[in-house]
Design a protein around this ligand. Sequence first.
Ligand SMILES: [Zn+2]
Ligand SMILES: [Zn+2]
Length: 125
Amino acid sequence: MLFNSTDRPKSTAPWFLEQVLEYDDFPVNDTDDCAICLDKLIEKDCLKLRVIKDGESYGCAHVFHKSCCENWLKQANVCPLCREKLPEDDREEELKQMEERYVRLQQEQQAREKRADDFSSTMFG
Ligand SMILES: [Zn+2]
Ligand SMILES: [Zn+2]
């Protein structure tokens, strides 16, 4: 085993994978090979490792076969060719953000209830 559990490579973020699989309408250079299987790129469906999200671009724009790259991206979040880091599937970060949202909502709810209490005590107190 190459990696221990704390140093395990993360898989690529699902939204990134989805987008690169969806936007396959780009010109493919017929002299280029897929760096994963070394076959010509024009022989199969291709994807480009580039996604524009919220005005920011992610990925290095290298091109691979869809079938080759999809499997790779489910196990690693780097480009198979240049090793550029891609958006990672970071569930821990997501959970933390969800928790923060939940705490904030609770605080807002408490503040609302307090206001309601103050209101009724001035009206009926
Ligand atoms: Zn390939
Ligand atoms: Zn690359």
